[in-house]
Design a protein around this ligand. Structure first.
Ligand code: GLC
Length: 819
């Protein structure tokens, strides 16, 4: 990024006039050194989020044209400050902010309730090409997280980052498939006001200099359309997430099957291969819920077709798979083969639905089917048409859609070496024009709206799936995206390789994506290209089984990557890893529900749960799965031990209940069979006995794992797993509460279930870990008998198992003495 001349914080603009409109917006008239005018607008939302838009002319808002909620301002009243400048303030139950606008030089300062500065935005400059720059002061000791999907480490402070969606081969650095210019700033150890967030919202590419050029300044820069930033106050990362996702959207609860394991390869290219994979998955009892069909199911890579030779009866095949508990997900790329005899192309062409070049000719992108035309997803009529094209797929029984190559990606030339396309990257989209989503009749250079191409495609796909199968939760997976992509699709991180470094890197990458609003994310387990080794696959599936989106995928030329491809030992490891996912499904389901409710991610960096522990802030080879489970995977070849940074508090090892007290560093044994996993004291983890797929009834549907040692609270969420009825209240929620009194009793309350979902009485097993044999166990005040009969309890290897029938009416369980 080019550095602005002189002090980046020094504004070239000053305020020359202002007025407040009725809607709580302050409109500002600015002038720069050269006498050129600029316009800006400041407003506050009812949760204390502050938005600043500025440019030579005021940029038009675009959020509603991407399907997001409109920006709702509060009726905050602006007043002139003594001397010069303006003040705008809001305080309400959801948040507050005071904004001080300084006149010369122009600056915007955001203060909290106590008058402490939360953010300082200075140095506004409007560039002749329509872009703008703004400086945001970095705090001393502040770590900068988020930034969507990026390579490298967790903390991006000191890096210059370009956000431009592009196809990146084998994970080279720089901008990637998906751009979320969102910054989560955290000052570790500073509990008061530790976290804050900022979104540089744009349709096209932007750059962020994360205090690289000047250690005290984060530089925000756009190339067109002025600048549009939103500031989200903390003080905790969860507060920032709630505000940020209220603005860009949250992930609706996925169908339960989509939370299972997905098995994919480029490609399971014939019906008989697909049958064989499904048969093996079931014969070998590998928990899996979905099979993905990559590009070879199509006829000559023509989207929305089937190769009739290789897939003579898709409907029959998919029904067979479904009967085995396997859903089918098919890939759809945006490129439509330019072939006059192909009805999809003919229709799109005749109706003028494809993007053009600036000379008015249809643009051709070279991609799998050869020359392809690109639908202009910024137009509603195009999105509706595109969605409708999926109808035959869903009629054939396709359960989910995988949107790939939607940056959009193509190449300059493709020489084929046997089956493998040798791709010369760097396709030129320079002459491409597209509709402006705000004004669909107006063509603008594609570059200025490039980053929302994939998002708009996913939106079209999801909206169609919702309308075609009313009440059924859709599943869409995408490679490309922009802020808010999580409303429409799950995200996988594209083409990685079977390398240890890529296994390692998947952790900071998915954590940063998670805190950027995208909870449903994953990397290709085993690596996409290259040949995975048995050991690498074993370690990858152990971690990947706990990715929020868990899919094994591999490239056409790579070694096969089914769980059984690496011999019986690794197959057993994979089965066990996936069984753990299946055990934890009720916990995961609750976390996804929480993500929809509050924007909190499923995968959380350690600093999220332990903001006061400075040692946790930089940890990037461990993660929290929700609030209760610490995952410390083995990510180095040959390692059979690893060091674990244990955050403050008491912890129990998942496998053997060994007890540790943090903060401390710990060396743990991790033979190939073992994933180091720890339960936090106070944890209440809803689980069940493992099943092979979402549709199977578990032998034990309700097992509550309890880690004593601290108070705890959680919700047990139950729903039908498939439909959207939960939005109308058809979801059972049982609040759980644990009270731990050393020397006294351990008390577990399962409150009466809330919600309209009627659930039968069901057997419940509560497992209290890390205990001595109790003197007595009480259920609803009744002294329980020891023994395997319900209601009753057993004690075995430091665990108390209490079994009883959960009526849903509320129960209280007590252990004496508390462990
Ligand atoms: C892209 C995708 C990859 C897919 C391949 C063929 O490289 O990232 O997942 O297998 O295209 O469709």
């Amino acid at each position: 990024m080019e550095t602005p001349a002189g002090d980046p914080q020094a504004s070239a603009c000053r305020l020359v006039g202002w007025k407040a409109d009725d809607g709580g917006r302050v409109q500002l008239e600015l002038s720069d050194d050269a006498g050129s005018g600029a316009r800006a607008e400041v407003s506050i939302a009812n949760d204390g989020t502050v938005r600043l838009r500025a440019g030579r002319s005021l940029p038009l808002p675009f959020e509603t044209h991407l399907g997001r909620e409109p920006w709702k301002t509060t009726p905050a009243v602006a007043r002139a400050r003594d001397g010069s400048g303006i003040e705008l303030a809001w305080e309400g139950p959801l948040g507050c902010a005071t904004v001080e606008i300084e006149a010369a030089p122009f600056a915007v300062r955001i203060l909290d309730r106590g008058g402490r500065e939360q953010a300082s935005l200075t140095g506004l400059r409007c560039t002749p090409d329509g872009g703008a720059r703004l400086a945001w002061a970095a705090r001393p000791g502040e770590r900068l997280f988020g930034f969507g999907e990026r390579n490298g480490g967790l903390d991006k402070r000191g890096e210059k980052l370009l956000f431009r969606n592009r196809d990146v081969h084998l994970r080279v650095g720089g901008s990637r498939y998906l751009s979320i210019p969102f910054v989560l700033g955290v000052v570790p150890g500073d509990a008061a006001g530790a976290a804050r967030g900022l979104l540089l919202d744009a349709l096209g590419p932007v750059e962020i200099d994360a205090a690289a050029t000047r250690p005290d300044t984060i530089l925000l820069e756009t190339r067109s359309d002025g600048i549009d930033v939103a500031f989200f106050p903390g003080p905790t990362p969860a507060d920032v997430a709630r505000r940020f996702t209220a603005r860009v959207g949250r992930t609706p609860l996925p169908p339960l099957w989509a939370l299972g394991h997905h098995q994919s390869r480029w490609s399971y290219g014939t019906a008989s291969q697909v049958r064989k994979i499904a048969g093996e998955l079931r014969r070998r009892r590998i928990p899996t819920d979905a099979i993905h069909l990559d590009i070879d199911y199509m006829d000559g890579f023509r989207v929305f077709t089937w190769n009739e030779k290789r897939f003579p009866d898709p409907k029959g095949l998919l029904a067979e798979l479904e009967a085995q508990g396997l859903r089918t997900v098919t890939i759809i790329d945006p490129g439509v083969k330019r072939d006059e005899s192909f009805p999809v192309y003919r229709e799109g062409h005749q109706r003028g639905f494809f993007c053009q070049k600036d000379d008015g000719e249809e643009f051709a992108l070279r991609v799998w089917p050869g020359d392809a035309a690109l639908p202009d997803f910024n137009r509603e009529d195009v999105r509706t048409w595109w969605g409708e094209l999926h109808r035959p797929l869903i009629e054939a029984g396709v359960a989910g859609v995988w949107n790939d190559m939607n940056e959009p990606a193509g190449w300059r030339n493709d020489l084929r070496v046997g089956k493998l396309p040798l791709i010369l990257r760097g396709q030129d989209t320079g002459e491409l024009v597209q509709s402006d989503p705000r004004e669909p009749d107006r063509d603008v250079p594609h570059e200025t709206v490039r980053n929302v191409y994939g998002l708009q495609e996913c939106r079209a796909t999801r909206e169609f799936l919702e309308s075609a199968r009313p009440g059924v939760r859709p599943f869409v997976l995408t490679r490309s995206g922009a802020p808010g992509i999580q409303r429409h699709a799950a995200v996988w991180t594209g083409d990685n390789a079977s390398r240890w470094s890529h296994l390692r890197e998947s952790i900071p990458m998915l954590l940063n994506l998670s805190v950027s609003g995208v909870p449903f994310c994953g990397a290709d387990i085993g690596g996409f290209s290259g040949s995975c080794t048995p050991e690498l696959y074993a370690r990858w599936i152990q971690l990947g089984a706990l990715y929020p989106f868990s899919r094994t995928h591999s490239m056409v030329t790579s070694r096969r990557q089914e769980p059984w491809s690496f011999g019986p030992r690794v197959e057993a490891i994979a089965r066990r890893a996936l069984e753990l996912r299946m055990r934890l499904m009720p916990y995961l389901y609750g976390l996804f529900r929480e993500a929809e409710d509050t924007g909190a991610p499923v995968w959380r960096p350690l600093y999220w749960e332990f903001p006061d522990a400075p040692d946790c802030a930089g940890v990037e080879d461990q993660l929290m799965l929700g609030p209760s489970l610490l995952v410390a995977p083995v990510v180095h070849r040959g390692a059979r031990q690893r060091e674990v940074v244990l955050p403050p508090g008491r912890w129990l090892a998942w496998d053997d209940d060994a007890e540790y007290v943090g903060p401390r560093k710990l060396r743990v044994d991790a033979p190939l069979e073992r994933l180091p996993l720890f339960l936090r004291a106070g944890a209440l983890v809803p689980s069940r006995s493992p099943v092979l797929h979402a549709g199977e009834q578990p032998a034990e549907p309700c097992i509550l794992e309890v880690a004593p040692g601290a108070d705890g609270a959680a919700d047990w969420i139950d729903g039908d797993g498939e439909t959207t009825a939960y939005r109308e209240g058809a979801l059972a929620r049982a609040p759980l509460r644990l009270r731990h009194r050393a020397g006294g009793r351990l008390r577990l309350e399962l409150a009466r279930r809330e919600g309209d979902l009627a659930l039968p009485r069901r057997p419940m097993r509560v497992v209290v870990r890390g205990c001595e044999a109790p003197d007595a166990v009480f259920l609803d005040g009744r002294n329980l008998a020891k023994g395997g009969r319900s209601p009753g309890f057993t004690f075995d290897q430091g665990r108390v198992h209490v079994i009883f029938e959960d009526t849903g009416q509320g129960h209280v369980l007590e252990l004496e003495p508390a462990p």
